[in-house]
Design a protein around this ligand. Structure first.
Ligand code: ADP
Ligand code: MG
Length: 339
């Protein structure tokens, strides 16, 4: 008899999981920004250096963590967001898998300072390749300040695989924009190598769109709104004449989570049929609100794919919402600040 199976040490298990969760700097940024939103922050500041290869820092004014939670947050499968398997079907937060911080800390040097509301002292913790190097009480502002340094410092193959700074920076900006679009009521800023790229004041969705994409979007947005018993659709579509040859300005959010769906994209373009050439891509930012029990977001670790239990109805409602908006756009003034 020859037993050869062993449980992997946590650091290696975390590093393997990291391969799925953290592909590049932008995936780490996504997780950190989502944690800040989940913590109820009203202001989120992002600082990056060398397109995130050297530094990705997210500073929030959310609820912060206790000393023990600060340590626990880096454990795998450690989360405050779900407790039972039933909770999996009622998810309202971005996170629930409890593996983002563990994965990030497995492949980077992480320094976090956090203070809970009402507590006098905060805590500072340094982790490197899953190993806690130091934890101590400190005075710091309420909320959480987490800095991820030298991503993939201990996984040279991954580090070498990273693209040039402009390419990685483009991914970072896209991720930043997605989170910022989904929470217009939260203020965000993005600074690269000490240069401020975006400063977004809290406001309405239409103002956030203009803040991100520029003044030329003012007057080009058509309100989209449809309410059914199972599903609400709201947001903006761009006028057909504003459509572009390149893709990249099409956004679906389901219960505020950015998702990719070529099926739903088709529903939108179908509604635009006949209004613009087939090779053009309309702008849209559409929010779908649906009972969490009717979707499964636990399809992929990055959670950008989801399953609807009734995909065809969702398609029909989205298409009809866009069609109606397009029909109304000749009659009604275009930029409606009611959303
Ligand atoms: P998940 O978000 O899936 O729960 P994470 O690994 O991203 O898993 O985070 C683990 C836990 O750490 C969270 O459940 C939350 O309790 C805590 N946490 C992480 N980031 C923050 C933050 N910015 N502010 C407050 N708590 C946080
Ligand atoms: Mg998380």
């Amino acid at each position: 008899m020859n037993d050869i199976i062993q449980l992997l040490p946590d650091a290696i298990a975390n590093q393997i999981a990291a391969g799925e969760v953290v592909q590049r700097p932008s995936s780490a940024l996504k997780e950190l920004m989502e944690n800040a939103v989940d913590a109820g922050a009203t202001h989120i500041q992002v600082l990056v250096k060398e397109a995130g290869k050297m530094l990705i820092q997210v500073i929030d004014n959310g609820k912060g963590m206790s000393m023990t939670d600060a340590r626990m947050s880096f454990e795998r499968h450690a989360t405050s967001k779900i407790r039972t398997s039933e909770d999996l079907f009622a998810i309202r937060t971005f996170g629930f898998r409890g593996e983002a911080l563990a994965s990030i800390a497995a492949v980077a040097q992480v320094e976090m300072k956090t203070r809970q509301k009402g507590e006098e002292l905060g805590t500072s913790i340094h982790i490197e390749g899953s190993e806690v190097k130091k934890q101590e009480p400190i005075s710091c502002p309420e909320g959480t300040n987490i800095a991820v340094k030298n991503l993939f410092f201990n996984v040279p193959a991954r580090r070498n695989f990273l693209k040039s700074n402009p390419v990685e920076m483009r991914h970072l900006v896209e991720e930043f924009q997605r989170v910022a679009l989904s929470y217009p009521e939260v203020g965000f800023s993005l600074t690269q190598n000490d240069m401020e790229l975006f400063t977004l004041q809290p406001g309405k969705l239409s103002q956030r769109i203009v803040g991100i994409f520029g003044k030329s979007y003012q007057g080009q947005l058509v309100t989209c709104l449809e309410e059914t018993p199972h599903l609400n659709v709201r947001g903006y579509i761009g006028k057909p004449e504003h459509a572009k040859k390149t893709r990249g300005e099409q956004f679906f959010f389901v219960n505020n989570r950015y998702i990719r769906s070529s099926y739903l994209h088709h529903a939108v373009t179908h509604a635009f049929e006949g209004l613009m050439p087939n090779d053009m891509h309309p702008f849209y930012v559409l929010f779908l609100e649906i009972e969490p029990s009717h979707i499964d977001i636990n399809v992929h670790p990055t959670k950008t794919e989801i399953k609807f239990d009734d995909e065809r109805t969702v398609y029909a409602v989205v298409r009809s919402a866009v069609k109606q908006a397009l029909g109304a756009h000749n009659v009604v003034p275009t930029l409606d600040f009611s959303l």
